[in-house]
Design a protein around this ligand. Structure first.
Ligand SMILES: CC(C)(COP(=O)(O)OP(=O)(O)OC[C@H]1O[C@@H](n2cnc3c(N)ncnc32)[C@H](O)[C@@H]1OP(=O)(O)O)[C@@H](O)C(=O)NCCC(=O)NCCS
Length: 162
């Protein structure tokens, strides 16, 4: 298994994913191993089985769009293209489902490099429940349209669906 190719997370990796996201707090919101395990089919990872180096989850929103959450790269592996790869995998899955991809982030510049643009906060009204969290003051809602070029699709390397 190529350790740089995004793949679907394994149920046994729930704890490791929660620890990985935990290493990226407060940039990411913490998640528990149970929360990851309960939605394991939504998680993409990059890394050897049992040792994810990058992770992200793709959640369905009530309106039918998709939300990209918990984009996290182990600090030891940051700056090596893994974040871009895991986001690209999510974009390809969103494209496959014909859905827009939204995210709430403290790092809008990173997401802009991945083809996202600023969106209205009202697109994610259920996020109001998170207002008490320290991230909220710095959060930005971003949107990735479903259309992207053939070149981008060729560069995407997702080997399984989310
Ligand atoms: C932000 C994060 C996901 C980026 O992942 P990464 O693997 O380090 O980034 P990559 O190596 O794939 O970088 C891809 C591009 O984004 C840029 N980039 C990376 N981190 C960035 C940041 N915080 N702000 C702006 N640009 C950034 C890189 O310079 C690179 O640009 P290039 O294509 O012009 O060379 C990672 O640093 C991380 O997990 N940070 C902590 C958690 C977090 O902030 N998550 C996102 C919010 S939920």
């Amino acid at each position: 298994m190529n350790p740089r190719i995004p793949r679907q997370a394994l149920p046994a990796e729930a704890g490791a994913i929660a620890r990985l996201v935990g290493r990226c707090v407060p940039r990411c919101l913490p998640v528990t191993a149970k929360e990851v395990a309960d939605g394991i089919g939504n998680w993409f990872v990059i890394g050897p089985p049992g040792s994810p180096r990058a992770a992200a989850s793709l959640e369905s929103l009530p309106e039918g769009d998709l939300e990209l959450r918990s984009v996290a790269v182990d600090p030891e592996w940051q700056g090596d293209g893994l974040g871009a790869r895991v986001v690209r995998a999510a974009c390809i899955e969103a494209q496959r489902r014909g859905r827009e991809l939204l995210c709430v982030t403290t790092t809008p510049a990173f997401f802009q490099l991945q083809g996202f643009e600023r969106a209205e906060d009202s697109r994610l009204p259920e996020k109001d429940a998170r207002k008490e969290l320290p991230l909220s003051a710095r959060r930005h809602v971003m949107r990735r349209r479903v259309h992207f070029s053939g070149k981008e699709q060729r560069r995407g390397s997702l080997t399984c669906s989310a």
